[in-house]
Design a protein around this ligand. Structure first.
Ligand code: SF4
Ligand code: FES
Length: 255
């Protein structure tokens, strides 16, 4: 019943109005400027992503001051917290736009691109560094996978990583031009390490030491940010155990 109420359309008369300020940057340019748009909530389930889609769908896009505006550059795909494409700063916080409900935000919202990645334009960033890092740490199996009951949960948790980059945004040790890969590589590494333990060194284990273990300052800033609910602190501990100490830790089974 609660769910139905949540999806109910707003009455059209008292729809809350939002002022959405966007930090804009045209592709190929470095200068930024703020442009605001008005958005009237259509549905109590409206998210920042829904507002951006509606604004961009307007036949003649005008900003809040009535000036013509270019469509807003940003990325999305699943709109269900599954692909990580819509990561951005919402009122200064790294969030997924499709997981940010307007009803939980103040009526003045500031959107900006994540700061740790090159900006393609407006809110769209280039996250290819994350895929490059996965290739460079040799994130693949060197022999057939073996799965054990005690590591299956870790492998499953690690597989939920969206590669959204929010954990890198808050990490004090990650920089796009640096060698430390951050949790966005450590978490997928946990999946491979869980399926390929054993004492023999692999390329992944060597890279793990250099690119993850030695670079992590253990700030655990990434711990509570993950939209997939991955406990990155626990995942790092698991991967460290497998890559550095040659075994996975056993952790108590969930009830
Ligand atoms: S670990 Fe979480 S926050 Fe980091 S990239 Fe994966 S899904 Fe995003
Ligand atoms: S659009 Fe896929 S996570 Fe937001």
């Amino acid at each position: 019943m609660k769910k139905r109420e949540h999806r109910q359309k707003t009455d059209g008369e008292n729809n809350p109005s939002y002022r959405i300020e966007i930090e804009r940057r045209r592709p190929g340019r470095t200068e930024t400027y703020i442009q605001a748009f008005s958005y009237e909530m259509q549905d109590p389930g409206d998210t920042v992503a829904a507002a951006l889609r509606e604004i961009n769908a307007r036949p003649e896009l005008m900003d809040a001051e009535g000036h013509p505006a270019e469509p807003i550059l940003w990325e999305s795909s699943c709109l269900q917290k599954k692909c990580g494409a819509c990561a951005m700063l919402v009122n200064g916080e790294p969030r997924l736009a499709c997981d940010c409900f307007l009803r939980e935000l103040p009526q003045k919202i500031r959107l900006a691109p994540l700061r740790k990645f090159p900006v393609v334009g407006d809110l769209q960033i280039d996250r290819s560094i994350m895929q490059k890092n996965l290739r460079e740490i040799r994130l693949w199996m060197e022999k057939p996978a073996e799965l054990w009951e005690e590591t299956a949960e870790d492998a499953y948790d690690a597989s939920r990583c969206l590669q959204c980059g929010l954990c890198l945004e808050v990490c004090p040790n990650f920089a796009a031009e640096g060698s430390f890969t951050g949790a966005a590589a450590a978490v997928p590494a946990a999946r491979v390490l869980a399926a390929q333990p054993g004492k023999e060194p692999t390329e992944l284990k060597k890279q793990y030491r250099k690119r993850i273990y030695e670079g992590c300052g253990k700030s655990l800033a990434c711990r509570d940010i993950c939209p997939a609910g991955i406990d990155t602190g626990e995942m790092l501990a698991q991967s460290n155990a497998a890559a550095m100490w040659k075994r996975m830790r056993r952790r108590p089974r969930r009830r």
